[in-house]
Ligand binder design. Structure first.
Ligand code: XIL
Length: 354
């Protein structure tokens, strides 16, 4: 692969950003690293690799303008009891970002999942009235957001509240629905977040927009309802954990539909699996690499086509293939290989920028 990439600056980009003087004629714009793209480009980070693996850390510094904690800012990672916190990992990530001028997107304050990183035991076992549950949610959100005020300016406030059929997770499935009610717990979480840090951009994050029309409609319906109720919400996060067996156009449809809310759009957890069915004998062929390229390019292009003020950026769910939570499938879903070399997928992102 030859670098740097040369990409033609198209009219749509100039239209989107009037502050940038029009380049002379067809003067190509050179993108040497993803962070030079037209909107923030990010990755979810693993704390162990960030602390101990030099090539990983250097790749992040060189390529990205935004980072998300893959697990370190989830409630199960931070909360050790009511009013008790483990800040080491989240602090480390925030300090790293500040040192290198990288944005941090906070992920995720409230999530239904009950795994140990997602939810601490004391919350799973908590007993109390609806008001008590609202209070523990408020305390948690306030403490975390206050600590990082001015350092983390955007947060996934609620993650995955809606199922693929467009309905809210039920009382059986979600502790917050059970004890507070939906969408009331969602409204409450956003109100608490806004009170804790009025300058922070608040996102509703979910998956499946690219394959479920019901999910897309339900998310937009939720957002519109929140805006009508005066709830502060500023963005929609689309995870887009996708794979090559789905039509490329789905990714664009997901991004365009989310943008219809008028809010910011974040492709928040992008990866493109090539081995959805976990075949042990899969070969990572050039054809699969090209199919990944198409999907990365489509995501980058669809983000580019949004109005500038709606582009929160694209975050990949990992840096190199080996860091991906689906690597052992086996799979190779990310833009960098196991040695942090750029892949065809990386070129897709760059080619989609303009
Ligand atoms: C995943 C992490 O990548 C894993 O390491 C962890 O074991 C489970 O969570 N949607 C989300 C992310 O919002 O937080 C999830 O991250 C992936 C799916």
């Amino acid at each position: 692969m030859t670098l740097p990439f040369s990409v033609g600056m198209s009219l749509s980009c100039q239209e989107n950003d009037n502050s940038v003087p029009a380049p002379d004629d067809e003067e190509p714009q050179t993108i040497e690293y993803l962070k030079e793209g037209p909107y923030p480009m990010g990755a979810a980070l693993n704390m162990n690799a960030l602390r101990n693996k030099e090539i990983y850390r250097n790749t992040v510094i060189r390529e990205f303008s935004s980072i998300t904690a893959e697990n370190a800012m989830k409630m199960g990672s931070i909360s050790r009891g009511r009013g008790q916190y483990f800040w080491d990992d989240a602090d480390y990530l925030v300090n790293f970002a500040q040192e290198h001028g990288i944005r941090v997107h906070g992920h995720a304050l409230i999530w239904y999942k009950q795994s140990s990183t997602a939810m601490p035991d004391w919350v799973k076992n908590f007993q109390g009235t609806k008001e008590d549950w609202k209070l523990i949610m408020k305390e948690y959100i306030t403490d975390v957001m206050t600590r990082y005020k001015g350092k983390i300016n955007s947060w996934d406030v609620v993650n995955e509240a809606i199922k693929d059929d467009g309905t809210f997770r039920t009382a059986e499935e979600c502790i917050w629905t059970r004890n507070i009610g939906a969408p009331e717990y969602i409204d409450w979480a956003f109100q608490c977040a806004h009170e804790a840090d009025p300058d922070a951009l608040l996102f509703y994050n979910d998956y499946g927009h690219e394959y479920s029309a019901a999910k897309r409609a339900a998310v937009n319906h939720l957002v519109e309802g929140m805006l009508e109720r005066g709830i502060p919400i500023h963005g929609v996060g689309l995870q887009v954990h996708t794979h090559v067996n789905r039509p490329v156009s789905d990714i664009r449809t997901a991004i365009i539909t989310a943008a219809q809310t008028g809010l910011k759009v974040h492709v928040s957890e992008l990866d493109v699996a090539v081995n959805k069915d976990s075949k042990a004998d899969i070969v990572y062929t050039d054809e699969l690499k090209q199919q990944q390229y198409d999907r990365y390019k489509t995501a980058a292009k669809a983000m580019s086509d949004l109005p500038k003020e709606q582009q929160h950026g694209i975050t990949m769910w990992g840096v190199g293939d080996q860091d991906s939570f689906m690597y052992k499938n086996p799979d190779w879903p990310l833009p960098f290989d196991v040695n942090y070399k750029r892949k065809r997928a990386y070129e897709g992102l760059v080619d989609g920028f303009y």
